[in-house]
Design a protein around this ligand. Structure first.
Ligand SMILES: [Mg+2]
Length: 305
């Protein structure tokens, strides 16, 4: 069935049964709750309305370049009440969780992640090495930086706006020197929607660069990776996936991911993707529902009162 707009294509009775059909909402953040740079009107009220209707509302993002505190500040700014740090999952969190699954004593990692994500490693007492070099490099100083004193068990990759050539080169050295070293990747989207009408290249090709020189495939932990789906179900106690509604603004990272998890799916047009792109997608890639914005829930709840 073609995706249905939650306000325009559903009768009031259908809107009521739609709301009754899920207990949990898992929502993407950038492009749905806010923009990377900028805001989306009404999203805080929509989150509160969903919660007032008894829904459990959780968040998942492919962006770890905010600290937990910065996430909280944004939720506060939009007036969403009672959002807890544990309600939000982003790659640095799923990476820390995955490292705990490895169950390896004296685990040591090399991080290509942001300062904010590294802070998460520090909080969890994970021993990590990272390079943050601001000086001008020569071939001689490069050689020094690439020297490896101790091997690592994993190289961690995530969106990091400060990522540099020497950091990538060192990641490759680590992977080449230890064939058991894992390459674990969080955010590695192809495109990064930065602001309205400003889509820039994402970090995907940097990860490909590492893979190319090490012949190593990354273990993906961001959307749309299946491992993340299992983690979300475990963390949020989701036993009946079809009673969960996944909300996102991207067809691959969000809708494909939500469908693969067995969730219902809702595409909002407030972020990266247009209605034309949604309609042009193959039927399997299309969401169950769509809306102009998460804020459409405010009107929907008024309609079914
Ligand atoms: Mg998004």
């Amino acid at each position: 069935m073609a995706p249905r707009h939650i306000l325009h294509d559903l009768s009031v009775t259908e809107q009521r049964s739609f709301v009754d059909s899920f207990d949990t909402v898992i929502s993407d953040c950038d492009g749905v709750i806010w923009l990377l740079v900028g805001w989306i009107p009404g999203t805080g009220d929509a989150i509160n309305a969903l919660k007032n209707a008894g829904k459990c509302v959780k968040f998942v993002s492919n962006n770890s370049f905010r600290t937990g505190e910065q996430y909280m500040e944004k939720f506060e700014h939009i007036g969403a009440v009672n959002v807890q740090d544990d309600d939000i999952v982003h790659p640095a969190k799923s990476i820390v969780r995955y490292l705990s699954y490895m169950n390896q004593p004296e685990l040591r990692v090399y991080s290509l992640m942001s300062l904010e994500a590294n802070e998460m490693l520090r909080k969890h007492n994970i021993e990590y090495e990272s390079l943050q070099i601001k000086e001008h490099l020569t071939t001689a100083t490069l050689v020094n930086y690439l020297a490896i004193e101790r091997p690592v068990d994993a190289v961690l990759f995530d969106i990091n706006l400060d990522m540099s050539y020497v950091e990538l080169a060192k990641a490759i050295r680590h992977l080449q020197l230890n064939e058991n070293c894992k390459l674990i990747a969080g955010g590695s989207d192809i495109i990064m929607p930065l602001a309205e009408n400003l889509n820039v290249a994402g970090f995907y090709d940097f990860l490909q660069h590492i893979s190319r020189y090490t012949n190593r495939k990354a273990i993906f932990l961001g959307k749309p990776a299946p491992i993340l789906g299992d983690m979300l179900k475990e963390m949020f106690n989701i036993h009946t996936p079809q009673r969960c509604l996944f909300v996102g603004d991207m067809l691959v990272q969000d809708i494909q991911f939500g469908k693969m998890c067995g969730f219902q799916s809702l595409l909002v047009l407030s972020g990266s993707q247009t209605k034309d792109q949604m309609i042009a997608a193959s039927p399997e890639a299309q969401p169950d529902y769509y809306a102009d914005s998460l804020a459409d829930f405010i009107q929907l709840f008024k309609n079914i009162q």
